[in-house]
Design a protein around this ligand. Structure first.
Ligand code: ATP
Ligand code: MG
Length: 505
């Protein structure tokens, strides 16, 4: 009897394969980074072939590290960086172009034109999203318009689109040799092409982007007993394993944090930050700059919706200190450097590298460091970077409270940045609300495993999953109300200094 569930987590910076036991504990994992291709300011690409090769390797290596064979896995789930767009030739498996990553801003003129021509309202109403560079629709349009031969191939059904879940699934299930071209509702809800109520591709939205329907994958529930397909490639899996769960990474983290009831929320701190609030089977439309999205859909049950506050740059600002400024040598050093000072020394860093996402949605913004005095040090910059992570989260928490009326009495957190003790303390201070991290911090992979295991009956129901959740650490607010109010007022002022910086035509 197989005793474990596997999860592919194809993220923005790396791909992981994780294996979980019946109690939701990690049994084995392997992780490999892939290249960030930055050809021009604002452009971010990945090589889809490299992503698929790394995914293959991490599956094999995790199994080997765990001393397991594919036959020990009852099912596999897939979770992924969302919105990142791959267009490939289904006859050969060859991508027409690099993957255009969610952070990429090259489609700003496409987004601005949609708004200018009065289509913003229909996109907000049907897709739950504002026209923005972030989502897949504009990226597909860009490839159709800028890469030779793609449109003709798309019209004939040869050129197909997928986010990286779909690309990995298609390859795992055989690639050009019968690969399954499917995705799930959560990924589809990030394209600007799916109607949130019908949960199907919407002809009016497709027409706005001039995207042929034949390019698009079939949309399944996120957890699906009939399986998305069977992983059957000779490498890395020689045994047929059903793939029964697919979810975008933030939706998977919501499941991994067992936010199954309306009013439950989590905040994930990775490359960016993503706060997701479960709003139940009711679709709530944001008035304050959040996105409406599908949280998950399990089997035949109705879709569960969420409000989401997406922040483009948080952990990646720490990577910027490391890779571009070279003032630290690893991410953890950001904490040591920030601890060399008592406060931000009057300095704020707004890392609007890709414009500002929630709740501002300003593609004309760019990053700024403000309030500088001769007195300031690299310690203040490190501190301001950690504060920026927390202030951006406060912005979306405020929007969420206004939209939903839900007041958080604790913020459930996860993701790589939560290893930073100081940052989590600042988060509690800035919010005035305790912050709580679970034992299994890899909630993204865990959520994908949960979706896959629920479909096969490996886990009975969501109550069983709830019983796995355990707190590992909690941070209590320590600032006075005055300190909190002054700090936040400084942040809001700093944000205004980043706006209206680049001209979007
Ligand atoms: N101790 C630390 N202090 C601050 N930031 C950290 C620390 N450790 C990791 N990070 C940041 O966390 C991020 C990685 O977190 P995580 O692995 O959760 O990312 P991720 O978003 O899942 O990656 P991906 O985008 O590939 O899915 C990186 O941006 C890194 O800079
Ligand atoms: Mg991730």
């Amino acid at each position: 009897m197989p005793e474990f569930v596997g999860a592919v987590d194809q993220g923005t910076t790396s791909s992981r394969f994780m294996i979980f036991d019946h109690d939701g504990n990690e049994v084995a994992k392997h992780q490999l980074e892939h290249t960030q291709i930055l050809p021009r300011p604002g452009w971010v690409e990945h090589d889809p072939v490299e992503i698929w090769e790394r995914t293959n390797s991490v599956i094999q290596n995790a199994l080997r590290h765990g001393g397991l064979s594919p036959a020990d896995l009852v099912a596999i789930g897939i979770t992924n960086q969302r919105e990142t767009t791959v267009v490939w030739d289904r006859r050969t498996g060859r991508p027409y172009y690099n993957a255009i990553v969610w952070q990429d801003t090259r489609t700003d003129s496409i987004a601005a034109a949609l708004e200018r021509e009065g289509h913003g309202e229909v996109i907000r109403r049907k897709a739950g999203l504002p026209p923005a560079t972030y989502f897949s629709g504009g990226k597909i349009k860009w490839i159709l318009e800028n890469v030779e031969g793609v449109r003709a191939d798309a019209e004939q059904g040869h050129a197909v689109f997928g986010n990286t879940d779909c690309w990995v699934l298609w390859n795992l299930t055989g690639g050009p040799d019968g690969g399954i071209h499917a995705t799930d509702v959560t990924n589809a809800s990030r394209t600007m092409l799916m109607n949130l109520e019908t949960l199907d591709w919407d002809d009016e939205l497709l027409a706005l982007f001039d995207i042929p329907r034949a390019m698009l994958p079939k949309i399944n529930p996120s957890s699906h007993a009939e399986a998305f397909g069977t992983a059957r490639t000779s490498r890395p899996l020689r045994t047929a394993i059903p793939i029964t769960g697919v979810l975008g990474d933030q939706h998977a983290a919501t499941v991994g944090q067992v936010c199954f009831a309306p009013g439950e929320a989590k905040n994930t701190y990775g490359t960016g930050n993503f706060l997701v609030l479960n709003t139940g089977t009711e679709l709530v439309r944001s008035q304050h700059g959040l996105l409406s999205t599908v949280a998950y859909q399990f089997g035949d049950s109705p879709a569960v919706y969420a409000l989401e506050g997406s922040i483009a740059v948080t952990g990646s600002a720490v990577q910027w200190l490391r890779d571009q400024l070279k003032i630290i040598t690893d991410a953890a050093e950001s904490e040591r450097l920030a601890r060399s000072v008592d406060d931000n020394g009057g300095m704020y860093f707004v890392p609007a590298f890709s414009g500002l996402f929630a709740p501002y949605w300003r593609s004309d913004a760019r990053g700024a460091i403000v309030g500088l005095a001769r007195y300031n040090t690299s310690g203040h910059l490190a501190r301001a970077t950690l504060e920026a992570i927390c202030y951006q989260s406060r912005d979306v928490v405020e929007a969420m409270e206004q939209d939903s009326g839900v007041h958080l009495d604790v913020l459930k957190v996860d993701g790589g940045v939560t290893a930073n003790d100081l940052c989590m303390q600042i988060q509690a201070d800035v919010l005035g609300v305790p912050v709580s991290r679970p034992v299994v911090a890899e909630t993204t992979a865990l959520g994908a495993a949960y979706a896959a295991g629920l479909a096969t009956g490996f886990w009975r129901d969501t109550d069983e999953l709830r019983s796995h959740w355990q707190q590992s650490k909690r941070w209590e607010p320590s600032w006075s109300e005055q300190q909190r109010a002054d700090g936040y007022a400084g942040w809001k002022k700093a944000v205004t200094r980043t706006l209206d910086w680049v001209d979007v035509k």
